[in-house]
Design a protein around this ligand. Structure first.
Ligand code: F6P
Length: 537
């Protein structure tokens, strides 16, 4: 049976008034029935209004969209990124001891393993002090990159802080000179390694910051190139930049920027936590790959996470999704997921170029709890728009001496999803106001401000503790969610043409902003802003 979003929209309108809490009351096993496990990780989507029939329809939608066939195509190296004629094989980077993976008839695994070994040797040399800067043992590593060449390693390095036992790792991405100036202040160039992370090795922000770092180092170091490494697909450009081949770690065009953390782009993370923990991170990703490829759709975590996402966005019409890690070390996860999800699934045409008949992927945003509670949760609880919330939390923190704080963190996380589902009725609010001694019109007025509509959907991803393995599972889970959502929407999740126009215009504007060229041919707003810059800059 061919399923469409219209069938689901019809189903939704029939059930949307029903309370999520009543679904739990009617089925005491709802939590178990509407949750999925992968190893020790648990994804609970029982606090949504998806019922058994809606789930069946969603799974039929996935099947009739060919998700399973497309999944096999991706893992086997087919060129599913059709607009760029590329395979999509970040999964090969974590295919530890796995079967051959063929691209154009050639097994890519020997090269993948060879690069991982070279990265490990290099990271060990940095960590042990065998690789030295002019001033001795490397104390600081500065990763210069942007987008996928920054967000992944920056997010993961912060996430795995308890596992750091290498040099201090810093990340510079913004072309705003403030970023690199603040980062380099206070670190010693003679004991710093600069990693230039750029798949293309042409990205203007990265190359500008790399030049600034090279000039900074040249003031104190005789041969700055000796303290530079490069992570890129372009050997030609890294060589032209003067970085010696033994400090260059390459990867192929079948690794997309936002999917590249698992290979050379993860070098800064590997230096921070060590190759063994990095391999554990890969193992976590690999475990999720195996689960994704083998679990039946209804028990498949990435599939169910994607279907819940599509239900909320394309079916219920909720435009955004909040990612709320109750895990301070996952504070960069929302930013990372913004690129992963919005650069992948923010597309307005289907693979064949025809206009998309439904909305593309949602607007993803978020902040760690509990901080968000004291900022924007007001809107989530009482605003007029529904924001599906995705909570993440570890059962156990790393700070054993601060267990009481972790209990408070957990209680807050659970309290939020309960409050969103349960809400507070006008009757309950009236009782509260009466207890406070109010009566009459004032009681009624005050009570109305204290009503929570409730019935607001949320999901919770809970894991034992944030280890390299678990982080690998989490990242691969979200990658596959993007794949499933994109496959059902029929779009190409692996190109990003939408970032090009702004890049081209920025290059053309640079001589205008600097005053070398006239702004006459620009629109009125741009001309006015350029004049302002010239007058005040
Ligand atoms: O501009 C978008 C983008 O191409 C991302 O997809 C990518 O992660 C980022 O720029 C950085 O690209 P590169 O690694 O080639 O410098």
């Amino acid at each position: 049976m061919i399923m469409s979003f219209e069938d689901l929209v019809e189903k939704h309108s029939a059930i949307k008034a029903r309370s999520i809490l009543s679904l739990h009351d009617d089925n005491p096993r709802r939590a178990q029935d509407f949750s999925v496990s992968c190893d020790e990780m648990l994804f609970d989507y029982s606090k949504t209004n998806i019922d058994a029939d809606a789930r069946t329809l969603l799974i039929e939608l996935a099947s009739s969209s060919g998700v399973e066939t497309k999944r096999s195509a991706m893992f086997s190296g087919a060129k599913i990124n059709e607009t760029e004629g590329r395979a999509v094989l970040h999964t090969a980077l974590r295919n530890l001891e796995g079967a051959p993976v063929l691209v154009d008839g050639q097994d890519v695994m020997p090269e993948v393993r060879g690069t991982l070994e070279r990265m490990s040797d290099f990271a060990n040399a940095i960590r042990s002090g065998k690789f030295k800067g002019q001033g001795g043992r490397i104390t600081d590593v500065v990763n210069i990159g942007i987008g996928g060449s920054d967000l992944g390693p920056a997010m993961a390095t912060l996430a795995l802080a308890p596992f750091h036992d290498g040099p201090k790792v810093h990340f510079v991405s913004n072309v705003d000179g403030a970023h690199i100036a603040d980062t380099l202040k206070g670190i010693d160039p003679t004991t710093t390694l600069v990693i230039v992370a750029s798949k293309t090795f042409t990205t203007i922000e990265t190359m500008t910051n790399a030049n600034t770092a090279r000039d900074w180092m040249a003031n104190k170091v005789a041969n700055p190139a000796d303290q530079f490494a490069a992570l890129s697909s372009s050997e030609e450009r890294t060589t032209a930049y003067g970085i010696s081949p033994e400090n260059v770690f390459g990867f192929e065009d079948w690794v997309g920027g936002r999917y590249s953390l698992w290979g050379p782009i993860g070098l800064s993370l590997m230096i921070a936590i060590g190759p063994e923990d990095f391999v554990d991170f890969l193992r976590g990703g690999q475990a999720m790959d195996q689960h994704f490829q083998t679990a039946p759709l209804s028990e498949n975590m990435p599939v169910m996470l994607a279907l819940v996402g599509l239900w909320h966005n394309q079916v219920c019409g909720y435009a955004t999704r909040a990612v709320l890690p109750y895990d301070q070390r996952l504070s960069r996860l929302p930013a990372y997921l913004q690129q992963l999800e919005m650069e992948s699934n923010g597309k307005r045409v289907a693979m064949d170029g025809s206009a998309l008949e439904c909305h593309s992927g949602p607007i993803v945003w978020g902040e760690p709890g509990t901080n968000g509670q004291h900022a924007f949760y007001q809107l989530i609880h009482q605003g007029t728009r529904v924001v599906p919330c995705e909570f993440l939390v570890a059962a156990k923190g790393h700070e054993e001496h601060l267990e009481h704080q972790h209990r408070l963190l957990l209680s807050n996380c659970l309290a939020q999803s309960e409050a969103l589902m349960r809400g507070r009725s006008i009757e309950e609010a009236r009782v509260l106001m009466a207890e406070k001694g109010l009566s009459g019109a004032e009681l009624e007025r005050q009570a109305r401000h204290r009503v929570f509509p409730g019935n607001r959907p949320s999901t919770t991803l809970i894991y034992p503790s944030l280890t390299p393995f678990v982080l690998g599972q989490i990242i691969a889970l979200y990658e596959h969610r993007v794949f499933v959502e994109g496959a059902i929407l029929g779009i190409n999740s692996y190109d990003q043409w939408g970032v090009e126009l702004g890049k081209e215009l920025a290059v053309a504007l640079e001589p205008i902003v600097s005053g070398a060229e006239s702004a006459d041919k620009k629109d009125g707003s741009t001309q006015m802003l350029v004049s302002y810059i010239r007058a005040n800059g």
